[in-house]
Design a protein. Structure first.
Lengths: 110, 124
């Protein structure tokens, strides 16, 4: 049971837009920045979004992040088959004094 | 470019110990906090531990607290994870990752660079 809650799976057609939610509480998302990671099976995770909505160099602007209260959302527009991967949200939990991740969301591009 | 290379994984019996290493290059290692994150087969990411840039602050996940120890040698640009009293549920790919800042254990944590991972198998 993860501290952060994500939907197990989402799907959409190529070219479409998808959003992935990440729900937490006041001790984590409510008081900390959220980051998002993409993991293509068999490879290491890759940082997509940090500080709620910032993109590292090299990450296309098709990827966006937002946060409201105790929830965060990853948005992906112009879906490509190469976007098929597992996506994780993460943040700091001040009550646990620990980094917490969501359970992950598998994105299928139909 | 930034490179993180883990080593030290392998097969170990339950109750035994193992030490993982993570060799860092192409960045100022002593300026960044570092994390260990693991992933059991077919499962999601599980954070293990973080150490601040100078080694003075360390935090651990509940599942490894008291059994694992994170440390670093800034003179060797190397991060370590000493794993004692290993259990079957510790079997996973272990990744080292660089934090975006000096401290890691704060509200602005993020992991911008990851190694390729090293597999730890716990089996009798």
């Amino acid at each position: 049971q993860s501290v952060l809650t994500q939907p197990p799976s989402v799907s959409a057609a190529p070219g479409q837009k998808v959003t992935i939610s990440c729900s937490g509480s006041s001790s984590n998302i409510g008081n900390s920045y959220v980051s998002w990671y993409q993991q293509i099976p068999g490879t290491a995770p890759k940082l997509l979004i940090y500080d709620n909505n910032k993109r590292p160099s090299g990450i296309p602007d098709r990827f966006s992040g937002s946060k409201s209260g105790t929830s965060a959302t990853l948005g992906i527009t112009g879906l490509q088959t190469g976007d098929e991967a597992d996506y994780y949200c993460g943040t700091w939990d001040s009550s646990l004094s620990a980094v917490v991740f969501g359970g992950g969301t598998k994105l299928t591009v139909l | 470019q930034v490179q993180l290379v883990e080593s030290g994984g392998g097969v170990v019996q339950p109750g035994r110990s193992l030490r993982l290493s993570c060799a860092a290059s192409a960045f100022t290692f002593r300026s960044y906090a570092m994390h260990w994150v693991r992933q059991a087969p077919g499962k999601g990411l599980e954070w293990v531990a973080v150490i601040s840039y100078d080694g003075t602050n360390k935090y651990y996940g509940d599942s490894v607290k008291g059994r694992f120890t994170i440390s670093r040698d800034n003179s060797k640009n190397t991060l370590y994870l000493q794993m004692n009293s290993l259990r079957a549920e510790d079997m996973a790919v272990y990744y080292c990752a660089r934090d975006g800042g000096r401290y890691g254990g704060n509200s602005q944590v993020s992991m911008g660079y990851w190694g390729q991972g090293t597999l730890v198998t716990v089996s009798s």
